[in-house]
Write a protein that binds this ligand. Structure first.
Ligand code: ATP
Ligand code: MG
Length: 397
């Protein structure tokens, strides 16, 4: 038996003339995510549908749960466009709701094909009657129903209950590329996801300081990139060794400045990589005043060496909210694994709180890091993580 899914596009409908472009990108992303599942995608009248063999349902639902740019999706019954077929399908959905423990329901109907003999109101009232007749124990509640049965009369009749929420946002690939500074912490994976959800392709760079930071810390970042990459249709993770750079900073900079100067070096290095990848901005997980290096004065110092825009989607978000997002993405449980990152190891006991911009510039220049930064970049390691094609290959090998 073939299963059909119906996708709701949400915000895309607001995008006026961009809409066609956005829809094309969304469709391409959907096809990419569906590769190897045996499913087919179809568009009709601004709606997307996915048809798949029954055994591919889990893979398709997983793909839909990772697809940015849709408001929702539903596994739907497809019925003939006759009154009796539609009412029968409503009754079947009612039975399923009852089996799931649901006791009150409501029907909502939309009719774009005006030739269908019942109007929306007619579908709702007759559909409701059909359900009540077929399932004793269900009652109508139009205000706060436990279950909702939706009917759409389009080129075919679609009847479904239990529509799922989509990730919303915009399709990845509609807003250029950003270079994410990805640490093993809670914030930066969430920051990357938020920018992806505004349509950005994401590359990630991780600054590693072996042996001060362990191989486990790097594996943690790889695991985070894997999760993030599921939403971003794959991600390139660059690991850049910062050991020598950190040693140099530690050896010659005043202790209170260590973290700010390290951040300045990270930004400079990330910007060079971004230009190489034609990324249009840097992305960090910074959040105002969360730690000493993230006061507004220190943020000014940190970004003073770069000219690309630095996007900080979490700047005004409190930690509780960031944690909730990280939990829903699945990154939180990895982020809290206890391996230290380079920053904690080098963090000063009394960090500077309101760094002076001119002083930061002078100190930084005195370190003469460009040679080391270039060398570190030349020796970068790149890994492609979570590209859907590769995942499929793994799944079937
Ligand atoms: P996170 O949870 O993202 O690590 P944090 O609260 O620990 O955030 P910091 O450690 O001060 O914050 O880092 C601020 C930002 O700098 C991070 O969100 C990240 O974007 C970047 N960053 C910090 N350390 C690294 C690193 N080792 N490699 C790449 N980026 C880093
Ligand atoms: Mg961190």
């Amino acid at each position: 038996m073939e299963t059909t899914y119906l996708l709701k596009l949400g915000e895309l409908t607001l995008k006026g003339e961009n809409r066609r472009n956005f829809e094309n990108v969304l469709k391409r992303n959907l096809l990419t995510l569906l590769q190897g599942t045996g499913a087919k995608a179809e568009t009709a009248q601004g709606r997307f549908y996915v048809h798949c063999p029954e055994e591919a349902q889990d893979a398709v639902e997983d793909a839909l749960n990772h697809l940015l740019g849709i408001a929702g999706w539903a596994k739907t019954r497809v019925a003939e466009k006759t009154e009796s077929a539609v009412l029968r399908a409503c009754a079947e959905e009612g039975k399923l709701l009852f089996q799931q423990g649901i006791r009150t329901f409501k029907i909502e109907a939309r009719r774009t094909d005006k030739r269908f003999p019942l109007d929306s109101y007619g579908i709702m009232s007759k559909g409701g009657e059909a359900v009540l007749e077929a399932v004793s124990g269900l009652a109508v509640d139009v205000h706060t129903p436990q279950g909702l049965i939706e009917v759409e009369i389009r080129e075919k009749a679609y009847i479904y209950a239990g529509a799922k929420k989509g990730l919303r946002g915009l399709p990845v690939g509609t807003a250029g590329r950003g270079m994410l500074l990805l640490s093993g912490g809670i914030d930066s994976p969430v920051a990357g996801y938020l920018m992806a959800s505004r349509g950005m392709h994401i590359d990630a760079v991780y600054f590693h300081a072996y042996p001060y930071t362990s191989e486990e810390a790097r594996q943690k970042v790889i695991a985070l990139a894997d999760i993030l990459g599921r939403y971003t249709l794959g991600i390139r993770l660059y690991t850049v060794s910062f050991t020598e750079i950190q040693r140099t900073i530690k050896a010659s900079a005043p202790e209170p400045w260590l973290t700010v100067l390290l951040r300045m070096a990270m930004m400079e290095c990330a910007e060079l990589l971004a230009r190489y990848r034609e990324a249009k901005c840097l992305i960090t997980g910074e959040s105002l005043s969360q730690v000493a290096s993230q006061t507004v004065e220190n943020i000014a110092c940190t970004e003073s060496r770069v000219t690309l825009p630095v996007l900080r989607p979490l700047i005004g978000t409190d930690k509780e909210q960031i944690i909730r997002l990280a939990e829903s993405l699945g990154t939180y449980k990895i982020s809290i694994l206890p391996y230290q990152d380079c920053c904690t190891l080098f963090s000063p006991v009394h960090p500077i709180l309101r760094g002076d911009l001119a002083e930061a510039g002078q100190l930084y220049q005195g370190l003469e890091l460009s040679g080391l930064i270039e060398k570190a970049l030349r020796e970068r390691v790149m890994e492609k993580r979570s590209f859907p094609q590769a995942l499929q290959a793994r799944r079937f090998s």
